[in-house]
Design a protein around this ligand. Sequence first.
Ligand code: BV8
Length: 316
Amino acid sequence: MAATTARPSVVPKKDLESFQEHLNKSTRILALLGAGLSASSGLPTFRGAGGLWRTHDATSLATPEAFGRDPGLVWQFYSYRRHMALGVKPNPAHYALAELARKKNFLTLSQNVDGLSPRARHPADKLKLLHGSLFDVKCSDFFCDYLEKNNYTDPIVPTLAIPTDESDPTTNSALAARELDISDENVAIPELDYDHLPKCPKCKRGLLRPGVVWFNERLPSDVLEDVDTWMDEDDIDLIMVIGTSAKVYPAAGYVDIARRKGARVAVINMDKGDAPASGLYSRDWFFEGDAAQIVPELLKSVIGETNTEELSDAAQ
Ligand code: BV8
């Protein structure tokens, strides 16, 4: 699947200067992150070319009903995404945002479940994962509260293995994995039944499920409360809307809430057409191009020239 990075992204000097002037004097900053932030790391977005949803409609894989109907299919999809995310690295934009969070009163709302912002050592108290994480697993039994965070086991169970070589091409997992290229909708995904799937170690009844927020599921109440508390504290000077088509709610709604709290809006997006639903005002900015290149440039006036390797070491 294609990552959407490619051509060098140039920030117009006048816009850069006006943005950095505002950033430098901003005391309360928000960001809403989407899949485009991780595109340069090599992860596919949802709606772009080769995107995850292009070949499988979101509601066919990311809903409680889909999991109830075919937990094996849904687990193969998420196991594949866990595997992909573990195979890539945070990019300069992930590190730059983490560094800004160490320098300013800056809250980051991420729709991304790929684990790249936490791996860039983004300060955990300044990062709200609105839609959970591929690396949290929880029990799917309504009466069980089992939750395991930061489970990076890949594969999470042997039958979900994605083989690195053709050692035994006949095994079920090899067959399943090889065919598991979900970018090819014509490929049947083999059945994996209950016995193959990860079970809850606590209640022993339920299947474990990915700790992400599916469509028609409520966002984590503790996360929503933290976000509301921060937003209610005072006015907001700036919201950066980075690499998101801003089509999923209630996440996308935070742009308008921030605007109502006085925020100027800076959109960083590869596609000029992907501005927030409420549009952009003359006091706002649109920086067209790759977030991995643009974000470090924009934040330079606060985080300095340091390269991401230094940033990531400093954050250890
Ligand atoms: C809920 C986790 C209620 C799983 C995800 C109001 C209006 C309309 C609909 C609704 C509404 N309120 C609720 C809904 C329903 C629904 C919804 O919003 N539907 C949409 C489709 C219309 N929302 C929900 O169901 C939410 N729950 O409301 O519950 C409730 C209340 C009480 C009790 C019970 C229930 C839950 C939504 C969460 C869904 N889970 N993820 C998983 O990942 O598998 S959503 C998932 O898709 C992501 O997390 C993300 O949010 C979204 C994808 O969006 P993006 O990240 O923006 O990615 P996309 O590909 O779209 O865009 C990428 C962008 O990057 C593009 O603009 C591209 O140009 C740009 N780009 C590409 N490369 C680069 C780049 N930019 C910069 N640099 C680059 N290199």
